[in-house]
Design a protein. Structure first.
Ligand code: CA
Length: 231
């Protein structure tokens, strides 16, 4: 669940935002002042994904809060709430490290869209997308946690060795892997068996994952060398 910190001094707006964003599935922490927000962030151990900062606050301004946050935190997304009359606020906010701004008054759907967009640009979000991407290769999907392998919507039953070969292929798309490398990486450095065991397993894998095992399109043979994953 994405975690938000909302800093807004006007109670009615603060409560309305919290209520609507919680309904939209966010975890929300609110603060009335910038000082309080900084204190919350300092003491926080879980981490916030996005901070929503009103510019006009009674004590230090939203800009000051933004600057303060950016001194120690590059990963949180920052969205500024600015008043319509203050065009220069937008530029100033972005210059000091805010990721985006939204002009009051705004609709809740517009706000949610902006929060999502800001979140997608945060290092944590980019990392989590990349982590997931590593498990998808072409039409195939490999889930490390559940150790399942999917072709499209269909789950295929692989042995642990076959699964490890697929992991190796997924890490090296388009790379010709020689038999010895596959043997070492899958069976381990101390395996003294025949390199032919690689071919046996590749043949079995092809039976399971290729549309036409006799005419493989995904696990290609590199003659006199080894195999190449073509997702
Ligand atoms: Ca205000």
């Amino acid at each position: 669940m994405k975690r938000l910190l909302i800093v807004e001094d006007e109670q009615s707006i603060r409560e309305l935002l919290a209520l609507n964003l919680e309904r939209a599935g966010f975890e929300v922490v609110t603060s009335k002042t910038g000082e309080e927000a900084i204190d919350i962030l300092l003491k926080d151990e879980i981490g916030f994904d996005v901070a929503i900062l009103d510019v006009m606050l009674p004590g230090i301004s939203g800009f000051e809060v933004c600057k303060e946050i950016r001194m120690s935190n590059d990963t949180i997304g920052i969205l500024m709430l600015t008043a319509k009359s203050q065009e220069s606020d937008k530029i100033h906010g972005l210059a000091i490290g805010a990721d985006d701004y939204i002009v009051k008054p705004f609709g809740i759907n517009e706000l949610i869209a902006r929060i999502d967009a800001v979140y997608r640009r945060t290092p944590n979000a980019i990392k989590s997308v990349n982590d997931k991407k590593g498990l998808v290769s072409g039409n195939f999907c490999l889930d490390i946690d559940s150790r399942t392998f999917m072709k499209g919507q269909k789950q295929l039953d692989l042995t642990q060795v076959e699964f490890q070969i697929m992991e190796l292929f997924f890490e090296n798309p388009g790379v010709a892997l020689d038999r010895d490398t596959i043997l070492q990486r899958v069976w381990g450095e101390n395996y003294y068996g025949e390199v032919k065991i690689v071919d046996v397993n590749i043949r079995r894998l092809r039976m399971k994952i290729e549309d036409e095992p006799s005419n493989p399109k995904n696990i290609l043979t590199v003659w006199g060398y080894g195999y190449r994953w073509n997702p």
